[in-house]
Design a binder for this molecule. Structure first.
Ligand code: NAG
Ligand code: NAG
Ligand code: NAG
Ligand code: FE2
Length: 438
């Protein structure tokens, strides 16, 4: 061993010190990050949710002028969230609901506290009445790695193409991974979209860990059920989000299946009482009742738990949704896009052979889970069943334009083909007698 020259050790120390300084993680920081919006379900509202690494106040400053001072202020709450991983990382989740927003008006906001503010973001307040034409981006299964749809979604968002996003389960892959750092990375990744548009969600199987704790903590959905199931009105539509996962992770409580089922039935009854006002009933849930992918998933087999319920008979949803005349059922989980002919109990109920989606006599199903994740795309079986109308094994997402109470436009965007529309269909139903499929 040679003693080091004093200068050497000095250099080493300096080097070590400077590396050390660079390696100090961003946390703990009072600066807001992972900023995203959601609709609270109350007319004229919007909820802003974000994360800090130390407890701070929760304030949103907002206004209608693009530059200059932000004249309005709203306060909210902060709640600590401790991830279940061995590091027990602690996040502070802030929630502020803005109220009294003027419908259709664009707002500028920033969030944080005197200890640190976010940059400014913009959003448009949702309109409350039924007579307008909302546009949605719909997809599931988007991860932190390989999120193929995200760049285009971001451009679409900047161009003001949408009023809301529906993310139909499976986020980040998975939010709890690496002591929930993957969840942080994902929430930062979607911020350019989710801080500008209400980002509405439902849980998928990838959120299951620690009883869906990351999902429940990070999102702020309408109602008081931790975002597991809820509904909201958007223009001519009533949108119901629910958890297919209650059928699969029974160790978190079989009572969840029953509670959700009864809530769904009650909500569908209320939606039908209000159907003259909001004619469309749209559901979103993660695992589909039908699919024709070549994997071992539930829908590949004849008795899907979501469709037929536990033991093939308890709390199945196909009968319920059919009985209450649900128009459109949005699913994901399979990493592909599939559209079905109007269907009930494996039978196709086209409106007519020429115009299957004009006065369909059963719900229309769309499975859209190809936004991109580390698991890549899912193959289809060689021979589709007669109920499968269109199958696309390409990365992409769905655009849903709810034109008015009778006309709805569905398009599938392919990211593999640089934004080309690879499926395009109108669903048309009469204004009245929507509850019964006959
Ligand atoms: C899981 O969470 C739900 C509420 O989100 C709760 O009702 C249920 O009891 C929990 N299950 C367990 C096993 O803790
Ligand atoms: C439904 O309509 C499509 C498109 O016209 C047709 O290919 C299919 O055979 C029809 N199915 C039934 C059962 O009528
Ligand atoms: C909805 O829009 C379509 C297409 O423009 C139109 O033909 C239809 O009459 C409209 N329906 C209602 C209820 O306004
Ligand atoms: Fe899934």
């Amino acid at each position: 061993m040679y003693p080091l020259h004093p200068c050497w050790s000095c250099c080493c120390l300096l080097l070590f010190f400077s590396l050390g300084v660079q390696e100090v993680p961003k946390e703990p920081s009072a600066a807001p990050e992972q900023i995203h919006l959601s609709y609270s379900g109350e007319p004229g509202s919007m909820t802003v949710t974000w994360t800090t690494w130390v407890p701070t106040d929760s304030e949103v400053q907002f206004g209608v002028q693009l530059t200059g001072p932000l004249t309005f202020r709203a306060q909210g709450t902060v709640s600590p969230f401790v991830d279940g991983g061995h590091l027990r990382r602690k996040l502070y989740i802030h929630r502020v609901t803005l109220q009294g927003l003027l419908p259709g008006i664009q707002y500028v906001y920033r969030c944080g506290s005197t200890q640190g503010w976010s940059r400014r973001f913009r959003f448009r307040a949702l309109k409350n009445e039924p007579y307008w034409s909302p546009r949605l981006a719909v997809f599931g299964d988007m991860g932190t790695e390989n999120p193929k749809a995200l760049p285009r979604l971001r451009r679409d968002t900047q161009q003001g193409m949408y009023d809301a996003v529906l993310h139909v389960g499976d986020f980040a892959y998975d939010m709890h991974q690496d002591n929930a750092r993957i969840g942080d990375a994902f929430m930062r990744l979607i911020e350019p979209v989710a801080a500008s548009l209400p980002y509405m969600t439902c849980p998928g199987n990838h959120e299951e860990r620690y009883n869906f704790s990351n999902y429940k903590a990070r999102f702020s959905m309408p109602g008081d059920n931790e975002g597991l199931w809820y509904s909201w009105d958007l223009g001519p539509a009533h949108i119901i989000s629910f958890s297919t996962e209650v059928y699969f992770f029974l160790h978190y409580g079989r009572h969840m299946v029953e509670r959700q089922f009864h809530w769904l039935e009650r909500d569908l009854q209320k939606a039908n009482e209000n159907r003259a006002n909001r004619p469309w009933i749209i559901t979103m849930g993660h695992r589909p009742m039908y699919c024709s992918n070549a994997d071992l998933d539930d829908c590949t087999w004849h008795e899907s738990k979501v469709r037929k319920g536990l033991f093939g008979k308890l709390f199945g949803l196909e009968d319920l949704f059919y009985k209450y005349g649900v128009d459109l059922e949005l699913w994901a989980h399979e990493h592909s896009y599939e559209r079905l002919w109007p269907i009930y109990n494996y039978r196709v109920f086209n409106g007519s052979r020429e115009m299957p989606y004009n006065n369909p006599r059963g719900p229309v199903h769309i499975i859209t889970g190809s936004a991109g994740c580390e698991e890549r795309l899912t193959r289809f079986t060689l021979f589709p069943r007669p109920w499968s109308a269109v199958r696309v094994k390409e990365y992409g997402y769905t655009r849903l334009h709810i034109l008015n109470g009778t006309h709805m436009h569905i398009q599938q965007v392919s990211d593999d083909q640089d934004g080309k529309i690879v499926d395009d269909v109108w669903v048309v139903r009469p204004l009245l007698n929507r509850m019964m499929y006959l």
